[in-house]
Design a binder for this molecule. Sequence first.
Ligand code: ADP
Ligand code: 5GP
Length: 208
Amino acid sequence: MNNLLNKGSIIVISGPSGCGKSSLLKEVYKYIDNYYFSISTTTRQIRDGESNGIDYHFVSKEEFEKDIEAGNFLEWAQVHGNYYGTSLKLITEALELKKIVIFDIDVQGHDIVREKLDAITTSVFITTPSLDELSNRLTSRATDTDEVINNRIKNSKIEIQKIQKYDYFIINDNLELASKQLLNVIECSKIKTSLFDKDMIIEKWLSN
Ligand code: ADP
Ligand code: 5GP
């Protein structure tokens, strides 16, 4: 059946900074293959432990704005005061190779991807059991200043208002359970009816 797929599929993962998106994806990668994680471009400061080209492509504001002008992004947004964007070229190539393309992007980016590529997109919103727990995680991760953490907590109250726009909702309390749920969502995303070529399926089915 796989050869009847027109192209790859997209999984959009959103949720407040610190809810555990990267931790969950790390777990899920142990069980999936044929995926491509979209490495975003950003103007935010690189954190301790991050690498350019692996976590993000870190660029200056000027470089980012040039890429906007040149139409190089599938989507871009300002999040927590910095630019973030998804490069069009690499994800197009991954989709042509029928990969599962995974985006960790914010709620604004989700809206744009849905607008442009709705038929092949499945989305999931992830959060912590409470705002207090989000604050604990951001503090114990110890990668950001108090000012940055407070800004992210403030934004999380706006982001959570958008959960209804997503196909699935996962509360990342127990990491093992939440990663199993995410894995299930990814498995289901591969068999969305809209991914298949209906005419080809019917023709093949009738010919047997
Ligand atoms: P995000 O990618 O959403 O910004 P991270 O994956 O960096 O979030 O997680 C933020 C912090 O919370 C990290 O220190 C991580 O180890 C921790 N964390 C993630 N999931 C859980 C969980 N289920 N329970 C407790 N701590 C968690
Ligand atoms: P962080 O700075 O913690 O890595 O990410 C901050 C926020 O930016 C997260 O909500 C993350 O999902 C979002 N983000 C990361 N890359 C992109 C992107 O390419 N586009 C958009 N719209 N948001 C992004």
